[in-house]
Design a protein around this ligand. Structure first.
Ligand code: PLP
Length: 453
């Protein structure tokens, strides 16, 4: 039996009524990717308030790698519900916080001694990572990348690249943040080609120290191992090794933002493993909590201990329900090879998407690592002008036909996959069938005739 079952036109009457209330009660600055309101979720499936069933390729923006309402997570949370909800770890601490820190210290790349701090959100974790890096190095500056996304607080907006809708109207941002091009090979800022470029973009950091900010002023370089909101851009395999060599040479810390790439998404527990690198600080969030809010900053012990007592914390940071949920998530990864499943899902997608690319010039690039997969849509494969409008139409077709899927990219022309890693082969195929139908419909409307392959 197919997962997708649509009982009403989308959005249905109950979703429409909620949308009217929302317009009056909630600021327009908070966007929705779809106009449907959820009633329940299970595994890789969502049901809306009108009884329509969807396949979920969004996973709450990458937070549901272990699936909606994972039994293990629910059980752990239920047990904690019966013990206590909140005491504040800074007042009367609890064991689950310590155990989770120990587990992450063990599981993150690098055999050196580590410590972990928990906070509530990805942005808060990035803020803390930069605070800690500054406290340790005694240096003020941070270097971030074009197309990066690190959050919506003031410092993380300074680190974030995309102007509309994230940054516009919110300046001034905190200073001492500098931006350099990322290894976005499909749109190389230096118009070079890999591999003959010899990873010029990473080596060029040396130039930045001469022309933009002195190396002895830089506390940290911060990067996503695969760009998330920036369009699922996967740098060449040796990119981060070269980047880290430059950082090490100048005693600059490397912070990996694994908020979207973490917890199996790219085919290993952390994407840094795929590049063979050991970040000084690794920030994780999203799927860590299995659906509950939690973020972690894990780093070399001596770095993490740089701020004085009282310099770090937060009332709800590392709350007990989230810690228990995260421990259940890590147990699940230990028991079931969800990372291997991520690689299988990536292969299933790549096989189909490569055929789509041969058929439709709209698809400029197919890329991804593990189950972090995407297609970049362009007006023509030669000129690569972003196809933003077509991307919107595809996503709309998808939700109207039972698939929840997200866009990404600085040009809003990337369609990305963040389905739960527990999705079945049947659900994956059913979801990809809808996406294929969307591409077909939009290409037909655009007058792009499918090429016979
Ligand atoms: C790579 C990355 N960093 C930081 C963030 C911010 O996380 P949060 O929305 O939990 O503050 C996100 C959120 O999408 C992200 O993908």
């Amino acid at each position: 039996m197919p997962t997708i079952q649509l009982r009403t036109a989308i959005p249905g009457p109950k979703s429409k009524a909620l949308a009217e209330r929302r317009t009056k009660a909630v600021p327009r600055g908070l966007p929705h990717a779809t106009p449907v309101y959820v009633a329940r979720a299970e595994g890789s499936e969502l049901e809306d308030v009108d009884g329509n069933h969807y396949i979920d390729f969004a996973g709450g923006i990458g937070c549901i790698n272990v699936g909606h309402r994972s039994e293990a997570v629910l059980n752990a949370v239920r047990k904690q519900l019966d013990r206590f909800l909140h005491t504040c770890v800074q007042v009367t601490p609890y064991e689950s916080y310590i155990r989770l820190a120990e587990r992450l210290n063990e599981l993150t790349p690098g055999k050196f001694s580590k410590k972990t701090l928990f906070v509530n959100s990805g942005a808060e974790a990035i803020e803390n990572a930069v605070k800690i890096a500054r406290a340790y190095t005694g240096r003020p500056a941070a270097i971030a990348f074009e197309d990066a996304f690190h959050g919506r607080t003031m410092l993380t907006l300074a680190l974030t690249s995309k102007t509309h809708p994230y940054k516009s109207g919110f300046a001034p941002f905190p200073g001492d943040v500098y931006r350099v091009p990322y290894a976005y090979c499909y749109r190389c800022s230096y118009s070079l080609k890999y591999p003959s470029c010899d990873i010029f973009c990473a080596r060029h950091l040396e130039d930045t120290f001469k022309r933009v900010v002195a190396n002895e002023e830089v506390a940290a370089v911060i990067a996503e191992p695969v760009l998330g909101e920036g369009g699922f851009v996967v740098p060449p395999p040796e990119y981060f090794r070269v980047l880290l060599e430059v950082c090490r040479k100048h005693n600059i810390l490397f912070i990996a933002d694994e908020i979207q790439t973490g917890f199996g998404r790219t085919g290993t527990l952390f994407a840094s493993e795929r590049y063979g690198i050991e970040p000084d600080i690794l920030v994780s969030a999203k799927s860590l909590g299995g659906g509950l809010p939690l973020a972690a900053i894990t780093g070399r012990a001596e770095i993490m201990d740089a701020p004085e007592p009282g310099g770090l914390g937060g009332t709800f940071a590392g709350n007990p329900l989230s810690c228990e949920a995260a421990l259940a998530v890590l147990d699940l990864f230990a028991r079931e090879d969800l990372s291997a499943r991520a690689n299988e899902l990536g292969e299933i997608f790549q096989e189909r998407a490569r055929k789509w690319q041969d058929r439709w010039p709209l698809i400029g690039d197919v890329r991804g690592l593990g189950a972090m997969q995407a297609i970049e849509l362009v007006q023509s494969q030669e000129k690569r002008e972003p196809a933003e409008e077509e991307t919107k139409q595809i996503v709309q077709y998808c939700y109207e036909h039972g698939l929840i899927i997200l866009t990404a990219g600085s040009y809003s022309n990337v369609i990305r996959l963040l389905m739960p890693l527990v999705i079945t082969d049947e659900q994956m195929d059913e979801g990809l069938d809808v996406l294929e139908g969307a591409l077909e419909a939009v290409c037909e409307k655009k007058g792009e005739v499918a090429q016979t392959v």
